[in-house]
Ligand binder design. Structure first.
Ligand SMILES: Cc1cc2nc3c(=O)[nH]c(=O)nc-3n(C[C@H](O)[C@H](O)[C@H](O)COP(=O)(O)OP(=O)(O)OC[C@H]3O[C@@H](n4cnc5c(N)ncnc54)[C@H](O)[C@@H]3O)c2cc1C
Length: 380
């Protein structure tokens, strides 16, 4: 067993860290205030090849592994969690399903531009009445000649306004037991009948683009069906398993930022004639934060390693997502506590971490759903 990062992993970490510290972190507070999407940052991420890390070069990627990708998410998320969320979503939810399940033609046509950073990608699963229970999808795709006619509504879809295509889940029929068959279909965002708006005023991850999508008899060719229509549900569960590794990596970035800021502040701030870092109550908070960050990162790397080695990783991805997101919330909360009243003020940049971290306990399966996934893996 070897716990050391490879030379390539260290190189990617240093490169992304440098970029994130210089080109993302200085804008994070403003992006949070204005809730503006960082288009320019994404253009640069694209030109550095960072939007294609886990895909082969023949699909416009850089041929990296899931560990490299997780390292990049952590570093970007540490600088700005909203940017990190959009980064993780375009790769894990927009591009990856096309790489996993797409035909060669679909990969060339849709994956290559995303991996090269020419457009972002989005995945539309959630609906107003189908969140944790994705089996309750109401959006329908009805066959009409060579086309699907899709009608329905999706909510809180990350990146849709900046994507050329959205992968939309829809009911395409019934199986022999009378249960809905849910398939994934690639829908170009310039399709007639498709409306994308971003009406949400979010608590955190405010730099990410979050959209409402209305599909009103949207026609797409049948060849836009992604993967096996009978296995649409299984396919998106696999997609979400992969996505959870990246959400966990994003949580590690937030937790590490909380620790770094709290440690720095604790050494500077003096009360009762001493640095507050000399008080055991503060030291123990920092010790717990450091231990949990380390553990969460190891869980991310293990899940990523299992995926890269084609081993089952559903349980470990859920472990990582659950533990890392709750770690991020705890660490952010303690960072504010260590900053005292200053931590409650926006300019210190720690209250934002609490707001950003909370999303990671909800998106890509809530903490309750992660516990369900884990208990099912245990055979319950
Ligand atoms: C900023 C943001 C970005 C997002 N991006 C995307 C995206 O790109 N694509 C996409 O498809 N979706 C996206 N989502 C949606 C997200 O995945 C859902 O919000 C999430 O899956 C939970 O669904 P829900 O909000 O409907 O909650 P609900 O399912 O209504 O859950 C409400 C509460 O009930 C609990 N609960 C539900 N079922 C059970 C159960 N069986 N046992 C125990 N507890 C249960 C939940 O854990 C939660 O606490 C995004 C959401 C946000 C906020």
């Amino acid at each position: 067993m070897n716990f050391e990062l490879s030379r390539e992993h260290v190189l990617i970490r240093n490169m992304v860290r440098d970029f994130a510290e210089n080109e993302i972190a200085p804008y994070a507070e403003q992006l949070d205030i204005t809730s503006a999407f960082p288009e320019e940052i994404f253009k640069k991420l694209g030109s550095l090849g960072l939007l294609g890390i886990p895909f082969p070069e023949k699909y416009g990627g850089s041929g990296g592994d899931t560990i490299s990708y997780a390292i990049a998410v952590e570093e970007i998320g540490k600088a700005c969690a909203g940017t990190g969320l959009s980064y993780a979503a375009t790769i894990s939810l927009g591009s990856a399903p096309i790489y996993y399940f797409g035909t060669e033609e679909q990969r060339q046509r849709y994956l290559v531009p995303m991996a090269e950073g020419k457009t972002l990608g989005a995945f539309g699963l959630t609906e107003p009445n189908a969140g944790s229970d994705a089996g309750g999808t109401q959006t329908k795709a009805i066959e009409d000649g060579d086309e699907f006619v899709i009608s329905g509504e999706k909510c809180w879809i990350t990146n849709a306004e900046y994507s050329d295509t959205i992968i939309v889940t829809a009911v395409t029929g019934k199986d022999e037991r009378g249960k809905n068959i849910i398939s994934a279909i690639i829908v170009p965002t310039n399709s007639k009948g498709l409306t994308i708006t971003s009406p949400y005023d979010k608590m955190g991850v405010r730099a990410s683009n979050t959209c409402e999508i209305v599909l009103d008899a949207v026609r797409v060719p049948k060849e836009n069906l992604l993967g096996d229509p009978q296995k649409g549900f299984k396919q998106f569960l696999y997609t979400l398993d992969g996505g959870r590794i990246s959400i966990a990596a994003l949580a590690v970035g937030i937790a590490q930022q909380a620790l770094d800021k709290a440690l720095h502040y604790a050494k500077e701030r003096k009360q009762f004639g001493k640095s507050i870092s000399s008080f055991q109550a503060i030291q123990f908070k920092l010790a717990d934060m450091a231990m949990e960050v380390e553990l969460a990162r190891n869980m991310v790397y293990k899940a990523a390693w299992l995926k890269d080695n084609n081993k089952p990783f559903t349980k470990e991805a859920a472990f990582a997502k659950l533990f890392a997101s709750e770690t991020a919330s705890r660490s952010a909360n303690q960072a504010v506590q260590i900053h005292g009243g200053y931590g409650y003020m926006r300019e210190y940049g720690v209250e934002r971490l609490i707001r950003d971290a909370k999303l990671l306990e909800i998106g890509e399966g809530t903490s309750e759903i992660q516990r369900l996934v884990i208990s099912r893996q245990l055979g319950c």
